[in-house]
Design a protein around this ligand. Sequence first.
Ligand code: AP5
Length: 189
Amino acid sequence: MGKRVVITGVPGVGKTTVIDGTKEKLKEENIDYTSINFGTCMFEVACEQGKVKNRDEMRKLDQMEQKELQKTAAQLIAKIQDNVIVDTHCTVSTPGGYLPGLPSWVLQEMKPDMVILVETDVDQILMRRMKDDTRERDTEGYISIKDHQDYNRFMAAAYSMYTGCTVKIIKNQDFLLEKSIEEMMDILR
Ligand code: AP5
């Protein structure tokens, strides 16, 4: 069984960018990771079931439907035996409040070795979201994004208590993407 690393961060913080850069550089050292986007796994199942038309609709689904999608995605990911990076969320901001991204039934399936929180300054996240017109982002202000980022730390601590996984925080600041990638590589080697 390979390493299981869960990488999280509020939407737009740049976690997928850091993951892609890290995977590419690790490959040059013959270290392979399969990366799975948890949201894509859920989205494919939700589309097959005719529940959504785009990925941003998923967080507005009924709570039970989101839980079922989470469980199916976790079961699919649990089958992977290689080193795996799971690109997902500590918590998802839904109309009914924060939904845990890694509730007990997901953690029991995935059994992560490590949870990484990708963070940066809130004003940078706001700017990155504003520039991305491919998505239907919720309109969120500074305090709301800050609260979400803070809440994710509390939840990561809970996941760590539950599974014994470690928690690492990586900053992904403007103009310092290479530094974030280097830091991520050190952990994943
Ligand atoms: P997901 O696909 O994870 O979407 P997301 O959170 O919106 O993630 P993004 O890909 O938009 O943001 P990112 O942080 O990866 O940033 P990116 O690298 O693109 O999830 C979709 C949906 O799935 C969720 O809404 C939810 O409904 C569902 N879901 C997922 N997991 C779930 C779970 N566990 N339980 C329940 N539901 C779940 O970068 C953003 C921009 O920033 C880019 O333009 C990039 O170029 C730029 N950028 C990045 N780094 C830097 C830098 N250092 N400097 C300057 N610009 C940078």
